[in-house]
Design a protein around this ligand. Structure first.
Ligand code: FES
Length: 183
């Protein structure tokens, strides 16, 4: 009886799984195991690299810090250009650059600061540089011109951008750049 059972067991075993099939199973097992381990290790290396590369780009840009530019007493109703240093973070690239702003005391008594980057294609505008366009900002590239408040009069599709301004302890500070609120 027990012989018969053993025989059945052995014969059943041998008739359902040939040596070739057992070999294939082992191979599959190894390839799954090694493949899974390799994938796990690769993910451990690659995912942090991707995060390192992409993260700075996806981070929301921080609000600009206030930068001290000039004594308040120097500001008049005629626009004047001033340079100021900024630490820029563009994705994973950091740099120290010098920017320029034109600061004026408006007819409302408020000090305001314009960005001289032309809203047409990005050249730099200048104040009163075209004799036929008196008391205006003028762009030498394609002739855009703007009022003292930065309002676009020709060529450019939008007013000059404006910096946030605050006056503290007798100094003018500029902050975040944004669309022009004066015009
Ligand atoms: S870039 Fe200023 S007019 Fe074109």
């Amino acid at each position: 009886m027990s012989d018969h059972t053993n025989h059945d067991y052995e014969s059943g075993h041998s008739s359902h799984q040939s040596p070739g099939k057992r070999e294939m199973s082992r191979r599959q097992f190894l390839s799954y195991t090694l493949g899974g381990t390799g994938g796990f290790l690769a993910a451990g290396i690659v995912i942090p690299m991707i995060r390192f590369a992409v993260d700075p780009v996806l981070q929301p840009k921080a609000k600009a810090d206030w930068v001290k530019v000039v004594e308040e007493s120097k500001i008049t109703d005629k626009p004047q250009a001033f340079k100021f240093p900024v630490h820029q973070i563009d994705g994973w690239y950091e740099s120290d650059v010098e920017l320029e702003t034109w600061i004026t005391k408006g007819s409302d008594g408020k000090i305001f600061a314009l960005n001289p980057t032309c809203k047409h294609l990005g050249c730099t505008v200048d104040w009163n540089s075209n004799p036929s366009l008196k008391d205006q900002y003028f762009c030498p590239c394609h002739g855009a011109h703007y009022t003292i408040d930065g309002k676009n009069l020709a060529v450019a599709p939008a007013p000059l951008d404006e910096y946030d301004v605050k006056v503290e302890n007798g100094f003018v500070y500029v902050g975040q750049l944004h669309a022009n609120h004066r015009v």
